[in-house]
Write a protein that binds this ligand. Sequence first.
Ligand SMILES: Cc1cc2nc3c(=O)[nH]c(=O)nc-3n(C[C@H](O)[C@H](O)[C@H](O)COP(=O)(O)O)c2cc1C
Length: 470
Amino acid sequence: MAYKDLRDYLAALEIRGKLHHVKKEVDPDWEVAAVIRRIFQRIPPARRPAVMFEHIKGHRMPLVAGILGASPEVYALALETTVDQIADKWAHAQTHPIPPVRVGTGPVKDVILTGDRIDATALPLCRWTRDQDPAPYVTGPCVISNDPETGERNMGTYRLMLKGPRRFGLFLSTTWRDMYAHIMKNEQQGKPTPCAVVIGCDPPVPLTSVARIRGDELGVAGALRGAPLEVVRCETNDLEVPAHAEIVIEGYVPAGVREHEGPFGEYTGYMGSSGPSFVIEVTAITHRTNPIYQAFFSQMPPSESSCIRGTGRDVALLKHLKRDLRLPVRDVHLLEAGGGAAFLAISLRREHPALPQRAMWAAWAFDPSFSKWVVVVDEDIDVRDYFQVLWAMSWHVQPERDLYVNRGTAGVALDPSVAEEDVNQLERKTVLSSKVGVDATRKHTFPARSVPPQEDLDRVDAQWADYGLE
Ligand SMILES: Cc1cc2nc3c(=O)[nH]c(=O)nc-3n(C[C@H](O)[C@H](O)[C@H](O)COP(=O)(O)O)c2cc1C
């Protein structure tokens, strides 16, 4: 049954021992980031919990992090499924969206703050890369806006820099972001872009926010829940937001205004660029009684961000290749070392010699802001296993024949390698990138594998205890 809200989901994590409570008071300016970094470094994914910091110094709200992407197992729990069913669940949801239903009110309206009562500094925002980030950031926002021409809604996750009690910097890393088009269309008319920032909700909402969904993310979120999401109208604009959200920040992006934003410690493992960016003027904050603040843990992979970014893109790309283009693709995976963005592996049945190349081009055309490396392997290779992918690259590839380098393409968002040598690496400017495709499928019949026959291994397994190894 669908989680009703964030609290319902936290209770489910709790029951499975996947939510750790930190009771000690922690400092949002350095300690939260350092504790979570250590959790990701020291606890292997199978045992890694999400965390609730109950006491954040100087704030009244607790903070949860890692609750969607502490590990693939936690991600599966967020979707009420198992790791092996994640792709199927997403495939069904994207093709069978359930539109949200409008209700009169909901818990997100427990407290309504407008005018001078608005104070975004009361949120327990953290500094994630101390001495490098210029301000505390909202790392897990689901930003909703509408296309002014078609009325189509978009929801995406875009980092927000705290600039004051009623002001945020908004970072859109590429001009392909749907919200970018909304702002541009409004700016041409000299109009602001109304927006609403949702923080803390039942998991399908943030998970669709970070995925490359075509169409209404809230409809796909409804399908992932198996029930329509209840939405309410904002207080100060006409946008709809989940009725059971913990916190909603309402506001608008003023036309023609750009202010300095960043840098920010990014998912690549490096500081991300800074420069002129959009701002959000806050017109209201509404929240539940005793709200829970949710953050995504990002920066150097592995992180929650690389887990949810990679999976959100995997499932959207898999649907595109398999269902829209009908390619014989078995699986796709954006490897976590590449932040769930830069390194893509695709497995397929090589029915035609040109198929690996077609899959590469299809991936690049689908979204040029990821997949700097695309490695295509045969369907017997597990793309989620680094070792198998590197094995195929080692022995199935003749570099002169099987490597394709495309120059002058759009870059992977925030890739620090694209900056020219004499340019400040943190300067925001559009630089073209290149992309590499590696056809690591077998092009001819290969010799037999040099491993014992399966039946010998099965016999050994059956009498494993006799060897005294465990
Ligand atoms: C933790 C996290 C943070 C992100 N931050 C940003 C960001 O600051 N700016 C941005 O443009 N995209 C960011 N993204 C990627 C977008 O949220 C993602 O590509 C989404 O699909 C964009 O939605 P859109 O295509 O509807 O614009 C982030 C993704 C994750 C997982």
